[in-house]
Ligand binder design. Structure first.
Ligand SMILES: [Zn+2]
Length: 362
């Protein structure tokens, strides 16, 4: 409203100033938009439009305005249905076509508030299905330490080219990890992250003095195991040989004697494996496999969703003795995500681990 009044007051002055310049008069005459829309162009003075440009522009402006009206009308309605005096945080699942700006407008908050609340490392990279916490309107959310750190590091990164922000499985927040790894998909079609705590990464494993380093997908016997993202095969146990019962017992015995399960033993207990290295250096491991696809060879590229093998139970006591001794030894995919000596979820409470894996694998 104020803008319109100012324009109306300015208009006669402008006309006088530009008297003798036909172009500007024609632009106004043929323009269906109110003068306010042209404010910047007429004020800038030195970029007066020519006749041809003006009619082109007019058409474009009309189309744009129609489109804008359409979406604005829809968004306006949505905005109206969301109370401005909301006092509680709400959870919002990102829809296709959403941008942070749109979501912020819809919930009457600043984009900064959403970025800070969710510790979004890359606000341009929100993914459909992602869960965001929307703070109440008018509440200022301080910049979290992790984002301050990222800002401080950014100049150095820029000098080194387009290097992505450094991953750190131990130091990054859950939200940052989800953001950085959400390029992954479920390793088994239609599977879901387990509701059983003992099948989560970082769950204790007292029988061998250690923790579970992967995520188990049970009730998936014989199903295809898929690459969670594009990458390169760095391990494929085509010539896998199962332990003998004696070797198995010895491995468990040695694990119990150690304060933490030695890697060499863990490796045997994971059975037949495929490892894939992804673009950011993250390695995913697919374990207890029953078989590995013949085209999966070390050094070769795989694409997201490509079948790399079948679910089995190699490396479990059931497989070693060839009997159905325990439910935990039933065929299942044991899936691990590693970066620089740490697995995803290491050292975190299981509720947080579940949240991270549920959001990363979709
Ligand atoms: Zn497992």
């Amino acid at each position: 409203m104020r803008r319109k009044i100012i324009m109306l007051m300015l208009l006669p002055a402008l006309m006088l100033l530009l008297a003798g310049c036909n172009e500007i008069e024609e632009t106004f005459a043929t323009d269906s938009q109110p003068p306010g829309i042209k404010e910047e162009e007429t004020n800038s003075g030195d970029d007066l439009t020519t006749e041809d440009d003006a009619s082109d522009e007019q058409e474009n402006a009309k189309e744009d305005a129609e489109k804008e009206e359409e979406t604005e009308g829809k968004e306006e309605k949505e905005r109206e249905s969301i109370p401005e005096d909301r006092e509680e945080e709400i959870e919002y699942r990102v829809k296709k076509g959403d941008t942070l700006t749109k979501i912020a407008a819809r919930y009457h908050v600043e984009t900064e508030a959403i970025i800070n609340k969710n510790e979004l490392h890359n606000p341009n990279l929100i993914k459909a299905g992602e869960l965001l916490v929307i703070p109440p309107p008018g509440v200022e959310i301080p910049v979290p330490d992790s984002l301050k750190r990222q800002k401080a590091e950014q100049p150095a990164l820029r000098e080194g080219g387009n290097k992505p922000a450094e991953l750190d499985f131990k130091r990054m927040s859950a939200a940052q990890l989800i953001n950085a790894l959400s390029y992954m998909k479920m390793p088994i079609k239609g599977a879901a992250v387990t509701s059983v705590n003992g099948q989560l990464p970082n769950a204790p494993r007292s029988y061998r003095n250690g923790v579970h380093e992967g995520l188990d997908f049970y009730n998936t016997a014989g199903k295809s195991v898929r690459a969670v993202a594009d990458g390169k095969i760095i391990r494929a146990d085509h010539d896998f040989k199962e332990m003998t019962p004696k070797e198995y017992d010895k491995a468990i015995e040695r694990a119990m004697a150690a304060s933490i399960t030695p890697e060499e033993i863990l490796d045997k207990l994971r059975g037949m494996q495929v490892w894939i290295e992804h673009k950011d250096g993250v390695v995913t491991r697919y374990c207890h496999l029953d078989s590995i696809s013949s085209d999966v060879k070390v050094g070769q590229s795989v694409s997201q969703g490509q079948t790399i093998g079948k679910v089995g139970n190699t490396g479990t006591k059931n497989s070693v003795v060839g009997e159905n001794l325990s439910a935990s030894g039933a065929p299942h995919l044991h899936f691990e995500i590693w970066y620089q000596g740490a697995f995803l979820g290491q050292g975190r409470p299981l509720s947080e681990v579940r949240k991270i894996y549920t959001q990363v694998l979709r």
